[in-house]
Design a protein around this ligand. Structure first.
Ligand SMILES: Cc1cc2nc3c(=O)[nH]c(=O)nc-3n(C[C@H](O)[C@H](O)[C@H](O)COP(=O)(O)O)c2cc1C
Ligand code: SF4
Length: 480
């Protein structure tokens, strides 16, 4: 994982907690309108992939238990993890690319309703992602995967395929890098990764024609399962964020200028809005800043935010960074992970940081975006996340116009009851997240995500659900 060079150690400190009366009068625990939905409080658990769906991508008991546990803390809203809109195998990641996924998701919705006493609204994050391969072994890549061209023949002075490949394998890395060129070198050094700009491939060129329908069909299934809303995943390293990216230079009207980069995200939104009832909230999660060289800055995001609001989105959830472009080199046999480089740090900042620290790194950008949305004449609620772990901090964000709703992912994982404890005047009992990113490390290894503050407590087999290696409990111990 990337760590800022300054290596300053920050200690999470939630600050003072309110008593029950002060909590009842607070902004954080006041209701807010999100399109057609009324959230009981301005508290929100953003999407977090827990690697708990069944191997076929269905919502089985483990993933249902996971969300029901969060719901016991009665946040205003929970967003279910990034859920794939295509019917393609993707391991224990939730999917919604076919009607067969609806019954499992309906059980999940029911479990959250029951656990929160009907208070928590439940949204689902819909995602599309492109192909990414594991970093290959050097010899295997050069002898099998590399598509040979005249450039390789010229550089090696060989003509027969086997001889060209053998010469490439024998080449020192510096020279090989020159001969391969940036794209093939990346496939060797990081693992092959598709981009939205690979328009020479028909399935990539066709994305603007295919995606609105896929997202719309997935959204209709989400409504059938009983969800209250849809969050379109336009953030981080995935397809829709790549269309929005300043690095998208497609020439077909879906890249280049901001107006063209946002075209597909708006078309997807309109298709989704048309596919579901007006009673469902539809919004998106996008990046306040991409945090990579040549990527979107906050000015771009402010422009996008106003455009999304103008199009009628019911909410805008802001994240930052989390890109493949600056990801660290994976080990051979592993895939690149978009949260390992500097932009990944911005997405999930940890306690070893720079002078700015990990708590509230998105606040200033969120304020700029919210102001732009308001200046354009809209009051679309903005959800801001990143390092939130205390009541005072959340109140300050709301008071300063940096958010209308406060998102807390890792703090809610550390203590799923933390909103409820604060609301009941029992904030002193909150288990504070250490922002160590142990949970993120599990995500990177595709292991069931848990929190180090509770996953070794009360490990009685048969009494609690355990991880596959039986060393960790899968959900936080009950509070009351
Ligand atoms: C284990 C884990 C999985 C995550 N999965 C998603 C995801 O599926 N979709 C998403 O938009 N963000 C995802 N995130 C990012 C969080 O939603 C959030 O933006 C980030 O952790 C920063 O907020 P925090 O400081 O409150 O944790 C994930 C974060 C973690 C720790
Ligand atoms: S493992 Fe727990 S304490 Fe550490 S960052 Fe994740 S949620 Fe916070």
């Amino acid at each position: 994982m990337f760590k800022p060079a300054e290596r300053i150690v920050h200690r999470a400190d939630p600050g003072p907690w309110p008593d029950a009366e002060a909590a009842a009068r607070s902004r954080l625990f006041s209701p807010v309108q999100v399109g057609p939905l009324t959230l009981a409080t301005r508290t929100w658990i953003p999407a977090m992939v827990p690697w708990r769906a069944t191997p076929d991508g269905e919502a089985g008991p483990d993933v249902i238990d996971w969300y029901a546990r969060f719901a016991k803390g009665r946040p205003g809203a929970i967003v279910i993890e990034a859920t794939g809109i295509r019917d393609v195998p993707s391991g224990p990641l939730l999917r919604i690319g076919d009607d067969r996924f609806v019954p499992g998701l309906a059980k999940l919705v029911e479990a959250v309703r029951e656990a929160s006493g009907g208070e928590t609204k439940l949204l689902i994050q819909l995602i599309d992602f492109l192909a990414i391969k594991r970093r290959p072994d050097r010899a295997t890549f050069l002898s099998r995967f590399l598509a040979l061209t005249d450039r390789h023949r010229e550089a090696t002075g060989e003509t027969a395929d086997d001889a060209v490949r053998a010469a490439l394998i024998a080449m020192p890395d510096g020279q090989l890098r020159e001969v391969l060129g940036p794209r093939d070198w990346e496939s060797l050094a990081q693992g092959f990764r598709e981009r939205v700009t690979d328009v020479d491939k028909p399935h990539i060129a066709q994305l603007p024609h295919v995606l609105p329908g896929l997202f719309a069909a997935a959204a209709a299934r989400a409504e059938a399962a009983g969800f209250d809303g849809i969050e379109l995943h336009y953030a981080h390293a995935y397809t829709m964020a790549s269309f929005l990216s300043a690095r998208n230079d497609r020439q077909d009207g879906y890249g280049g200028a901001r107006e063209d980069r946002i075209r597909l995200p708006l078309e997807v939104y309109r298709a989704v809005r048309a596919a579901v009832s007006p009673s469902l909230a539809v919004g998106c999660r996008f990046l306040a800043e991409e945090c990579i060289p040549g990527g979107n800055k906050v000015e771009d995001a402010a422009w996008f935010g106003a455009a999304f609001a103008r199009a009628g989105m019911d909410f805008l959830s802001l994240s930052r960074g989390g890109k493949f472009e600056d990801a660290l080199q994976p080990k051979t046999g592993e895939a690149a992970y978009p949260y390992t480089g500097p932009s990944g740090y911005e997405c999930m900042p940890a306690y070893i940081s720079d002078a700015r620290g990990p708590y509230g790194r998105n606040r200033a950008a969120a304020r700029t975006i919210r102001t732009a949305v308001h200046d354009a004449g809209f009051a679309t609620p903005i959800i801001t996340a990143g390092g939130v772990h205390g009541f005072a901090q959340a109140e300050a964000m709301l008071a300063a116009g940096e958010a209308d709703i406060v998102g807390a992912a890792r703090q809610s994982l550390a203590d799923p009851d933390w909103f409820l404890k604060a609301r009941l005047g029992r904030g002193g009992e909150v288990r504070t997240c250490e922002f160590s990113n142990y949970c993120e490390g599990l995500d990177q290894k595709h292991k069931q995500v848990t929190c180090k503050l509770w996953d070794r407590q009360g490990l009685t087999p048969g009494m609690v659900g355990l991880s596959r290696d039986e060393k960790r409990r899968l959900t936080a111990p009950l509070w009351i």
